[in-house]
Ligand binder design. Sequence first.
Ligand code: NAI
Length: 486
Amino acid sequence: MKTKIAVAKGDGIGPEIMDAVLRVFAANDVPLEYEFVEMGKSYFDAGHSTGMTAKAKETIENLGILFKGPMETPKGKGVKSINVTARKVWNTYANQRDFRTLNGVETVFSKAGIPINLTIIRENIEDTYGGIEHLLTYDVAVGRRIITRPGSAQVIRYAFEMARRKGYTKLACGHKANIMKLTDGLFLETFQEIAKEYPDIQSSDIIVDDLCMKLVTRPDNFQAIVLTNLQGDIVSDLCAGLVGGLGFAPSANIGDNISIFEAVHGTAPDIMGKGIANPTALLLSGILMLRYMGYTENAATIENSLLYTLEHGVHTGDFGNKSITAATTNGFADAIIDNLGKVPSDGGVVGKGNTEIRSNLHTHLLKNKLTVTKGIEEEMVGVDVFVESNDLQPNELAELAKKRLTDNFNLVMISNRGTQVWPTGSIYTELVNEYRVRFEKKAGVTVTQKELLHIAADFSQDAKVCSVEFLMKFGGKIGYTLAQGQ
Ligand code: NAI
């Protein structure tokens, strides 16, 4: 019985490397059938604003697995990257990237005899990748960083499950919760909660800058690391560099219903059509896919053959021993095919037989899933009004704000770029033309959202209001940060 998956060959070198990988699969009788879907640059150019046809979308949603080559995002046409959009709309919340030392791929660490075998799990939907940004004044741009409890829980639980499946003994959470106390704080808190369900995995947390320093000195001290989206993006490319570059970096975008497997690198337009591209990253992504689907035997055979081939010095032009003639993309695939059944000198990977096939568990949804934590007591305590002022000093703005106070409120502080400038501050704090003015209710009174909006509306008579954020308490804890210096 063959399982059907959707395949998009992609742009640039995509078709060359995808054809090479599918030839390796065929030579190993991988029990997959392919439905090729129309996605990529030419579909943007043909007027499909999402970069794919409606039929492609339907096929991918029906089959649940997409194996894709790199795709080009047309520049300057106001379109969003199809790669990012696909990951977001289909909620592939966990981006898994495996990095390991490959014999035949020389790196600083391979020369030093330090073996690397680590997995980065990056949250794939949230964070600054929501792309919600505004210019509040001509001088001031702000972006929303969205970190959610359900979104964090999904990816962190996946990371623990993956660690268990791979036989890892430890999982670290990379974060910057010392600075971003509510966003990264929520991610870290969720990690610590979920860790209690996995006593067999040693959990720890590490501040992301310290993590980078430790990764470039002793990467062998890490097995798996889970991170928020932007930090995970940066750290995973750092890890690609540790094992030989993007040509060796596979990636799985895992969701509950739809998952996407692709190489980390792009379309490599500079070498497109020359038949010299390195198919290793896409092949490694395909191996991740086979393993995810349950075809562990095929995955092991192909991986062993790839490792054996690399160990014997076969390489494309972008890496390897320059004294050995570089293979073409097809020549490299042929060598892997010839070596199927062989194992590398370290014994390679042991196949455990093909198991239950994952894509058959794919659920067809009838409505969007909505996850909410219920039963949390909440209280409204005030409002931050962000205003533009091109000439007022903090104390002058405070006098205007005080005029708008009603009996229920206090003017608590004014900040500029997050630093308090009123009631106390330093004359050396440089200002830009956007202030945050914080109004809080007095103790013992209850206020409504309408009253808070009134304050902002009244204040707009004195200064241009750029935006408004409500100050909330959840379960008795404040749900907003204090200004630096407050
Ligand atoms: P790139 O990864 O395509 O190329 C960077 C450099 O690495 C180039 O010198 C290229 O020749 C080389 N390279 C990449 N893959 C290679 C391979 N398999 N074998 C040998 N050499 C390889 O990055 P770039 O130039 O920034 O992006 C080109 C296009 O790819 C852009 O349109 C970008 O939007 C798209 N892109 C798509 C991705 C995806 O589909 N997931 C990811 C990254 C970029």
